[in-house]
Design a protein around this ligand. Structure first.
Ligand code: B12
Ligand code: SF4
Length: 503
């Protein structure tokens, strides 16, 4: 039996698709099919490859079953490939799995005749049973928990499958030799130390796909990190929802990472509220750590509506520790959430920039199928696209124009804060001229819209015009007399930037 497990990768295509390796590892370990009768190959494509080319590559291998890993970034293209595969071979079995299809089984199976089966939720045990049933050519699909399938014109949804209670049942693809980190051009090496999440944020699908929180043993994590880090990847990317939800475990994992690290950076997501001096210190000893901190909003009404905890004082404290140890982190807000207006976002930015963060970003709200927020969208006036990536373009607190304006705000944040050139001037303008950072961003948006030539090297043009912008800003805010006070600092930063980048 020849099986091909595949996925279309977001961005570079060099990332390792962990789901496919877990599926293969579990299948090879527990299947009843004799070794010599089973051939399971993993082949990952990237989003720049033409659909026809991908389909041809799959067809040439003549698999009898193809399984695709589906996320919102690849679903449309995956479905087009499925049609081409089925057109070429009516007998081929096409199985879809992943967070994008788990909740869309009914609509996918009714609209896409090329798709035979959708695996809902955690996939390892379900995929194993499915393959064994196909192998024995039994008509036992109705007995397999966690699948939806079509028979004739009818679609059947079998009962959900409970999560695997003991994660140790799933063999590690790093330790069983399936992953070859040497041969591939892999930048980020993904690793799960937990599965599932304690929280139930209404816009999120992760806790629906993996309904309970479970942990991989520290012993296994140590072995995996020892192997991964010995291959010196640029980064290890932890897939865990909230890395520091369990404080003691987090410290232990960081110490293990440090012990085996040979220069790789670590990417993780954490709650700043649970960061204390010790955790920040341990993080600081790792080398380069790339931290994501999603707060989504600082508006209590919004936070209540999305069922997300946030403790402002503890958060402020946690950020202070991250700053103390010079850690790099990105704080994330989400735009068109319930009750979150454009002014709320500006207020959040004002508060966050006062903490001197490494970076703040505003993500676009995506209203995912199967989430609580999707059910409540009408209640909160949220209008969104019904095709992936399901971006919201309106809410009860943001008009369509506001949502478009957030794009401009993002650009302003990038140029005035993230690029570093203007960052010190921002704080100086706030402290000495009393102009709020969010006002500066808004004025920059108006000023930038008047620039006519926006071609190649636009960023360079904008940088060179920063003194001009400052002049405009101070005049508009009736503080032009202070221009000469701020100019030398800004000029020095610009010169430094030019020396570094435009030599
Ligand atoms: C890594 C990651 C990314 C990377 C992607 C890198 C890459 N090239 O793959 C980056 C950072 C780019 C990214 C971006 C985004 N992401 Co993201 N991301 C993840 C993350 C953290 C890990 C995915 C993963 O590999 N998990 C580990 C594997 C083992 O789990 P799994 O994929 O669910 O697989 C299991 C089952 O689903 C099933 N299964 C999966 N595939 C298959 C295939 C078959 C055949 C079978 C039988 C079963 C099966 O079995 C597997 C084992 O049990 C998840 C959250 C998470 N921890 O899972 C979010 C997640 C996938 N992302 C999500 C979202 C919403 C986003 C963003 C929209 C966020 C934003 N607002 O910007 C963007 C989208 C970008 C875009 N423009 O489209 C959602 C996706 C929901 C969906 N419908 O697809 C998730 C689930 C997070 C969430 N909170 O809901 N993301
Ligand atoms: S958004 Fe993050 S914290 Fe909230 S439920 Fe999803 S994974 Fe958990």
């Amino acid at each position: 039996m020849k099986i091909l497990l595949s996925s279309i990768c977001y961005e570079t295509g060099t990332d390792l698709q962990l789901a496919l390796y877990y599926l293969k590892s579990y299948l090879l370990k527990y299947t009843q099919i004799p070794d010599q009768r089973l051939n399971v190959k993993i082949q990952v494509f990237n989003e720049n490859q033409p659909i026809n080319e991908i389909a041809k590559k799959i067809i040439n291998q003549r698999p009898s079953l193809v399984g695709f890993s589906c996320y919102l970034w690849n679903i449309e293209r995956t479905l087009r490939i499925c049609r081409l595969l089925k057109k070429n071979d009516q007998e081929i079995k096409i199985v879809l799995g992943g967070p994008e299809v788990s909740h869309r089984a009914e609509d996918i199976l009714s609209e896409e005749k090329a798709v035979d089966i959708v695996v809902r939720g955690e996939g390892e045990a379900t995929f194993l049973e499915l393959v064994d049933v196909f192998w024995r050519r039994e008509a036992k699909l109705p007995r397999i928990k966690g699948i939806s399938f079509r028979e004739g014109r009818k679609i059947f949804h079998n009962p959900d499958r409970p999560n695997i209670a003991e994660l140790g049942m799933i063999p590690s693809p790093y330790l069983n030799g399936l992953v070859n980190l040497k041969g591939e051009n892999i930048l980020d090496v993904p690793l799960e130390t937990t599965r599932g999440c304690l929280y139930r944020c209404s816009y999120c699908y992760y806790h629906k796909n993996f309904t309970c929180l479970r942990f991989f043993s520290l012993k296994r994590i140590e072995k995996e990190l020892k192997f991964i880090l010995s291959q010196r990847p640029s980064e290890v990317y932890l897939m865990d929802a909230t890395f520091n939800a369990n404080y003691q475990r987090a410290i232990k994992i960081l110490k293990i990472f440090r012990k085996y690290n040979r220069g790789s950076s670590l990417h993780l997501e954490l709650m700043a509220e649970f960061v204390d001096e010790r955790l920040a210190q341990v993080l600081g000893k790792i080398g380069f750590v790339n931290i994501e901190i999603g707060i989504q909003s600082t508006n209590p009404r919004t936070l209540r509506a999305i069922n997300r905890p946030f403790d402002k004082e503890r958060f402020r404290r946690g950020i202070r520790f991250l700053n103390k140890f010079n850690l790099f982190y990105e704080i994330q807000l989400i735009d068109a959430l319930p009750f979150q207006s454009y002014d709320d976002l500006k207020e959040s930015l004002e508060w966050l920039y006062d903490l001197h963060p490494s970076k703040v970003v505003i993500l676009r709200l995506v209203v995912l199928a199967g989430t609580v927020l999707r059910q409540q969208a009408a209640r909160y006036g949220i209008k969104h696209s019904f095709t992936a990536p399901y971006q919201a373009y309106k809410s009860n607190a943001m008009s369509e124009t506001d949502v478009l304006k957030v794009d401009k705000l993002r650009f302003a944040m990038d140029r005035l804060y993230d690029s570093q050139v203007f960052q010190e001037t921002l704080y100086a303008l706030k402290a000495k001229a009393g102009i709020k950072i969010s006002t500066i961003m808004d004025d920059w948006i108006i000023w930038e819209s008047k620039i006519l030539r926006k071609g190649y090297n636009y960023v360079e043009v904008l940088n060179n015009k920063l003194p001009e912008f400052m002049h405009y800003l101070l005049r508009k805010n009736k503080k032009l007399f202070m221009y000469k006070l701020f100019l030398p600092g800004l000029q020095a930063k610009l010169d430094e930037y030019k020396r570094t980048y435009y030599r």
